[in-house]
Design a protein around this ligand. Structure first.
Ligand SMILES: [Fe+2]
Length: 335
């Protein structure tokens, strides 16, 4: 009989998994086992901490519905989504607009609009903003017909999907014109707390983090033959541009809201001018996928009701200061 030690158990697992026929699955699982074993040895993981981790991951899974993706939120808040996104962005064939996070609020079910239409269709107040610019290739030539999908919070700082799967607001698909131009009318988005009413929120609050994202507008831009661009524009002046809780904001994607830009196609309304360029698509790009998904595509048919979520606890709103609580409280006490 073999006897395992903390030093030999890792190789024993990898040896047993060596029959894996898929080479990429074999590579990923071997590395995952090496890293997770090294992590357990590094921190001297106790049985109690191990079961806390299992409870936490169980709660993350139980929180997922067709309208909520708590695992993407977890990946976002520990910077894994940003890391995968940055690594992927570096593989593009040519210089083009940088990528940002798709986040947990993207959905496939998005209405199409005529150029210049208002995407805030439910009146929740807020001040109007026009988004305009051009979609080009890396050399600056226009990409007529490029598909521009935008989504953002309403003026109350919440995404439609947080109010249940039935509500569709502040998102739309536009088509670039013959000169590659797009025009979107919307309301100014607000910076927001990520959903703090679940296990990921409990983790963020236990870590005394502020839990906020800077105000931004998501874009997904596609044109045949070009790498799909998943990105976002971050509003200049937001106090959380440098400490985004999901590490998505970056300097090259900061956009200014101008009160009276003469270049704006709609007069008398504040506007953001941003030109996007797309890199040509490689063979690998076609298989690369996205760092994110419509939650409904992952959790389809789990039968759970979709109820409003993501309202920060009143004390977080009042103080905008992280607070101790939940399953993380006490776990790391005194360490
Ligand atoms: Fe967002």
């Amino acid at each position: 009989m073999r006897e395992y030690t903390p030093e030999t158990i890792t190789d024993a697992v990898i040896e047993q998994m060596s029959t894996t026929p898929d080479p990429r699955m074999k590579e990923i699982m071997e590395a995952a086992v090496r890293h997770v074993h090294a992590f357990a040895r590094d921190v001297n993981l106790t049985p109690g901490e191990w079961i806390k981790g299992i409870e936490f991951m169980t709660k993350v899974g139980q929180m997922c519905t067709p309208a909520r993706q708590e695992f993407i939120l977890l990946s976002d808040t520990v910077g894994l989504s940003a890391l995968v996104n940055i690594m992927h962005d570096k593989t593009k064939m040519e210089e083009a607009t940088g990528a940002s996070l798709l986040g947990p609020f993207f959905r496939e079910n998005t209405p199409r609009f005529e150029s210049g239409a208002q995407i805030a269709t439910i009146d929740k107040g807020g001040s109007e903003v026009v988004l305009f610019g051009r979609i080009t290739n890396a050399q600056g030539a226009p990409l007529p017909g490029a598909q521009v999908t935008v989504w953002q919070t309403a003026a109350d700082g919440r995404y439609d999907i947080q109010n249940g799967i039935e509500e569709i607001d502040c998102r739309g698909i536009f088509t670039a014109d013959a000169e590659g131009k797009y025009v979107v009318r919307t309301v100014r988005p607000l910076g927001y707390f990520i959903p703090l009413d679940g296990p990921v929120g409990q983790m963020v609050m236990a870590q005394k983090r502020h839990g906020k994202r800077p105000a931004h507008i998501h874009f997904l831009i596609a044109a045949p033959g070009y790498r799909e661009l998943v990105t976002a524009l971050y509003l200049a002046g937001d106090e959380h541009l440098d400490d985004d809780v999901v590490f998505g904001a970056s300097g090259d994607l900061v956009a200014e809201v101008k009160a009276d830009d003469p270049a704006s196609p709609i007069k008398g309304v504040a506007s953001i001018h941003f030109d996007f360029s797309l890199a040509r698509e490689s063979e690998a790009d076609r298989r690369a996928g996205r760092v994110g998904s419509d939650p409904g595509a992952i959790t389809a048919g789990n039968g759970k009701a979709t109820t409003p979520y993501g309202a920060p606890p009143p004390e977080m709103l009042a103080a905008e200061q992280p607070k101790k609580g939940g399953i993380f409280s006490g776990l790391f006490r005194g360490k």
